[in-house]
Design a protein around this ligand. Structure first.
Ligand SMILES: O=C(CO)COP(=O)(O)O
Length: 134
């Protein structure tokens, strides 16, 4: 599965904690991330991550493009609901695309835990059915 990891600045520590806790599961998948988040995951875990641009510089849009191309299977996006983001339209656009394409999306750690447990149990293996990717 292709999984995106994204966190706003005040949620990055939470994401690192989460990635560390679920490292054995994440290690079985292909990870993508926005720039700064991805660098922190690389530096602070043993996971390999494909990094896009930083969020404010277009990283959310790059991940959104993968969603639109049916190349992203899960998005874990720890949003900061208490801080205004200069690229709020990009954030909204990514979340919208996940809804357009029914991509499992977690915007907080509680939901992310459920998604990871579902991933482990094979609940989203349906994503691998049929012809897709290219
Ligand atoms: O801003 C972000 C998501 O909207 C995250 O970007 P960074 O991972 O580059 O900080």
């Amino acid at each position: 599965m292709n999984i995106a990891l994204i966190a706003h600045d005040r949620k990055k520590d939470d994401l690192i904690q989460f990635a560390t806790a679920y490292e054995p599961i994440f290690a079985q998948h292909t990870l993508y991330a926005t720039g700064t988040t991805g660098q922190r995951v690389i530096d602070e875990t043993s996971l390999q991550v494909n990094r896009f641009r930083s969020g404010p510089l277009g990283g959310d849009q790059q991940i959104g493009a993968m969603v639109a191309q049916d190349k992203m299977d899960m998005v874990i996006f720890f949003r900061d609901p208490l801080t205004a983001q200069p690229h709020e339209p990009d954030v909204t656009a990514l979340i919208r695309l996940c809804d357009v394409y029914s991509i499992p999306l977690a915007t907080n750690m509680g939901t992310a835990e459920v998604l990871l447990k579902g991933l482990e149990e094979g609940f989203i293996d349906w994503r691998l059915l049929g012809e897709r990717r290219g």
